[in-house]
Design a protein around this ligand. Structure first.
Ligand code: ADP
Ligand code: MG
Length: 343
């Protein structure tokens, strides 16, 4: 039995993944919590809670506490984190070192709270890592050399775009536009074009199954159920890939513009490295059909989707402790500045 356990947690806006060295991804569940609002008790966390989204009676709410890349409710985030740490560690007696990757919109105060929550949940020591750095390690990039890499992590709530060299972030931008905004756009588009209201889960399914970010030769179709806004009755409706393209165009353009703005700010030497190696994408959002092609067209650079794009951040987070010496700045432990702690 090993006396050391390092666990990496990707505390994502859409899902939480836990990686344990030697075991791989041991948990992959939605970052959703169901609460009874009368008693304030947590009823379910993860997959079970997700099933309740949009389907709860009055006294139960199912929420995504990290939805927009900020911690909207700290108490709930803390309980969710504890639940996942306990689940990952099981009844092992070894206290793990925990490395957590938080969405990059999270504030210093929230970061400190996450560190505390993890320590309370039984971690021997907790570190935080910056998301683009974790994504790059998980994508297998060697970020320890003085050479520029561009990584784009497109999740549910946020897209992070960063240029990394020597283990640190040189230029970056995080926007609250990613997979979820594509779902919202599909709902809006279907309502406007067909006068039918569909749910967010149906919109997400459309995006995953037939959605495209780039014009495709062979049109694909999918049937969804919604409510006709004129008659008020349930109807079936067939949606095409072109519908999805039209729906998501503005959202995806916003992401492409952000990538462009990061490239503009990239120092020339690093820009030269990137134009040689291309851009690497991670996160569930980059799996939208044609996303890579669209960005290639907009930037003129080669865009590669990392292997296992959805688990790169978790994997990179878990592996980051092996590169501690290089990652000095990207890894944070307990000593976050506490100058806000007045009064
Ligand atoms: P986060 O890190 O913010 O938790 P993820 O990296 O897990 O997010 O990505 C979640 C987003 O990816 C969601 O918007 C989801 O709909 C989308 N997604 C997941 N798989 C696919 C797919 N195959 N095609 C398109 N989008 C996908
Ligand atoms: Mg993520």
């Amino acid at each position: 039995m090993s006396l050391r356990m390092d666990i990496g947690i990707d505390l994502g806006t859409a899902s939480v993944l836990v990686y344990i060295k030697g075991k791989g991804i041991v948990i992959n569940e939605p970052s959703v919590v169901a609460i009874d609002i009368n008693t304030n008790k947590i009823l379910e966390v993860g997959e079970e809670a997700r099933k309740m989204l949009g389907r709860t009676p009055g006294n139960i709410v199912a929420i995504r506490p990290l939805r927009d890349g900020v911690i909207s409710d700290f108490d709930i985030t803390e309980k969710m984190l504890k639940y996942f740490i306990k689940k990952a560690v099981g009844n092992s007696l070894v206290k793990p070192r925990v490395i957590i990757c938080v969405p990059s919109g999270v504030t210093e105060v929230e970061k400190r709270a996450v560190l505390e929550a993890s320590n309370n949940a039984g971690a021997k020591k907790t570190y935080l890592i910056e998301e683009p750095v974790a994504a790059a390690i998980g994508a297998g990039l060697d970020i320890t050399k003085p050479s520029g890499h561009m990584i784009i992590d497109m999740g549910g709530g946020t897209t992070d775009i960063a240029v990394i060299s020597l283990g640190g972030i040189v230029v970056s931008r995080s926007i609250k536009v990613a997979g979820d905004k594509c779902d919202d756009a599909i709902v809006r588009h279907v309502r406007k074009k067909y006068n039918v209201m569909i749910g967010l889960r149906s919109a997400e399914e459309l995006k995953i199954k037939i959605g495209t970010a780039f014009p495709i030769e062979e049109e694909r179709f999918m049937e969804v159920r919604g409510r006709n806004l004129v008659t008020g009755l349930p109807v079936n409706l067939t949606i095409s890939s072109s519908d999805s393209l039209e729906a998501m165009e503005e959202t995806i353009t916003t992401i492409a513009d952000a990538v462009h703005s990061v490239l503009e700010k990239t120092p020339p030497e690093l820009a030269a490295d990137i134009s040689e190696k291309g851009i690497v994408m991670t996160g569930g959002g980059c799996l939208i059909h044609g996303m890579d092609k669209l960005l290639e067209k907009r930037t003129g650079l080669k865009v590669t989707i990392a292997e296992d794009a959805v688990s790169c951040v978790a994997k990179g987070t878990g592996q980051s402790l092996e590169h501690m010496d290089v990652l000095k700045d990207a890894l944070i432990s307990e000593h976050i500045k506490t100058n806000y702690n007045v009064g």
